[in-house]
Design a protein around this ligand. Structure first.
Ligand SMILES: *Cc1c(COP(=O)(O)O)cnc(C)c1O
Length: 488
């Protein structure tokens, strides 16, 4: 007797259809109401405990699963979809992108490669980024999980190109000289991680000092390169940062490009924050020089507000990119016809199976047009300048770094200069702001000064939100000082 066959398809599609419509209706309400909710709230113990349950053994209706998610998941999200979320550096998502993720899953294609509409959309989105960045059509690229992976893909290609041996076959121990990558001391930590994973070690990253605007000191860069050459070390790659994570500082990309040209060094731009300034009508000149890069990492889940996750890397020399990752098992041989023919996307990435992240980017770019995203970038920069003016006008507040982009670093100082006390005070202001649900700033340290950090990468923020936040900082700062017995 044959065992009855099963499937994951619902027994009752009609009931599923009604429930799915309900989910869409609820989702729209959830976004429409976002401003009326706390940005973030901590989880009560019973909620935490709920997530400690073992793997489900018995089935339950999807409606019950959905009800559970409404109770335990949605109220405890990160809050980056809220207009007053400015912590770390995140995009705020968009509903079309969410639909894109859903529709991509319904299409179901594996973006490892293949002759599918999905693969063409993937290639088209990468092509749009090449066009936006001023890269030639002959360049290559791949969508990644985010900026960390985008930077790592670029560093792998740069390492292989500069290794001096066939590093894929022989490994790093066969390299005739150690390689060096250079970046400013403001570089994102993912670069060190990448070089560690690539077997080059943290020692391969030289952090060049930055100036008082947190930009790479290019004279110090050239001196470091010359000293390494004299010492028998091979300068492989300079990483210019277009918008640092700490303060939004912009390295001098033109100057770095010409140093790289002079010494035959790979020029990589970490544009996770700033590369997309290329589409911002009022601020695009800030990234002049980016088009000269050998590779660029950018992050659609930041200034394009693609729902997590979506990064992208572009490589000028498509052949080097292909030679770094091309590999096919017996079970995956390319054909000239049929489903597996033409360009195979996994030949440009570590990953074989890949999701259809291109669709959410494709849909929202088509719906809004590139120009609208450009205006939103300009809007965030203008809001940062507005916040800077508000801070400069308040005696008790101190601006800690110049505002060049959309990141504002400041602290409640009230004329004090006791660093330890100020750090404790501002940390407490940050935590109370997060815990009250009013706003989510994060913190950092710039040139030895601990400060609040407001990164306005948010299409829902208004100037009124910033006013509300500044008023709260002043009030809470004074409150904490009063609790500690400090005279105002
Ligand atoms: C955010 C960021 C990264 C890391 O990107 P993820 O998408 O978080 O992996 C790298 N570099 C810079 C400058 C960033 O701001």
């Amino acid at each position: 007797m044959n065992t009855p066959e099963e499937t994951l398809d619902p027994e009752d599609w009609e009931a599923t259809r009604i429930l799915a419509h309900q989910m869409i209706d609820d989702s729209i309400r959830h976004l429409d109401d976002v401003r009326s909710r706390a940005v973030w709230q901590d989880m009560p113990d019973h909620v935490r405990a709920h997530f400690a349950m073992p793997a489900p053994k018995v089935p339950q209706p999807l409606s019950a699963v959905y009800a559970e998610l409404q109770t335990y998941l949605l109220p405890y999200s990160m809050g980056n979809i809220h207009p007053r979320f400015w912590g770390w550096y995140m995009g705020s998502g968009n509903f079309t992108g969410a639909l894109g993720d859903f529709l991509a899953a319904v299409d179901g294609s594996n973006l490892g490669g293949g002759t599918t509409g999905a693969a063409l959309i993937d290639a088209q989105v990468v092509g749009w980024f090449k066009e936006i960045m001023g890269f030639p059509a002959s360049a290559s690229g791949t969508l990644t999980s985010g900026g960390s992976m985008a930077n790592m893909v670029a560093h792998t290609v740069a390492r292989n190109a500069k290794a001096g041996v066939d590093v894929r076959a022989q490994g790093i121990l066969a390299m005739p000289q150690p390689l060096r990558f250079y970046a400013s001391d403001q570089v994102h930590s993912c670069h060190q991680k990448a070089l560690e994973v690539l077997g080059l070690g943290a020692v391969a990253l030289t952090e060049v000092r930055s100036d008082d605007h947190q930009r790479m000191d290019v004279a110090a860069l050239e001196a470091a390169i010359k000293a390494d050459i004299a010492a028998g070390i091979k300068p492989a790659c300079v990483i210019g940062t277009a918008g640092t994570t700490n303060t939004g500082a912009m390295d001098d990309l033109q100057a770095i490009a010409s140093i790289c040209k002079r010494h035959g060094i790979w020029f990589h731009v970490d544009g996770c924050i700033g590369a997309l300034l290329r589409i911002a009508p009022r601020n695009k000149a800030m990234v002049d020089g980016i088009e000269q890069a050998d590779s660029i990492a950018l992050d659609p889940h930041k200034w394009l507000h693609t729902p997590f996750e979506a990064g992208c890397v572009l490589i000028r020399d498509a052949q080097l990119h292909f030679e770094t990752f091309e590999m096919h098992g017996d079970y995956l041989q390319m054909q000239t016809r049929g489903l597996i023919a033409g360009t195979f996307l996994a030949d440009y990435s570590f990953e074989l199976s890949r999701g259809f992240k291109a669709l959410k980017i494709w849909m929202s770019l088509k719906e809004n047009g590139v120009a609208k995203f450009g205006r939103l970038i300009d809007q965030n920069i203008e809001q940062a300048q507005y916040l800077e003016r508000r801070i400069l006008a308040e005696q008790k507040l101190e601006l800690v770094a110049p505002v060049g982009l959309n990141i504002v670093c400041f602290r409640y100082a009230n004329g004090r200069s006791d660093e330890a006390g100020l750090k404790a005070l501002n940390t407490e202001i940050m935590l109370r702001s997060q815990e009250s649900g009013l706003a989510v700033p994060s913190d950092t340290t710039v040139a030895g000064k601990h400060c609040l950090r407001v990164a306005i990468n948010n299409h829902r923020t208004t100037r009124a939100d910033l006013d509300l936040f500044i008023d709260a900082v002043l009030k809470v700062g004074a409150q904490i000082e009063a609790e500690a017995g400090v005279k105002a």
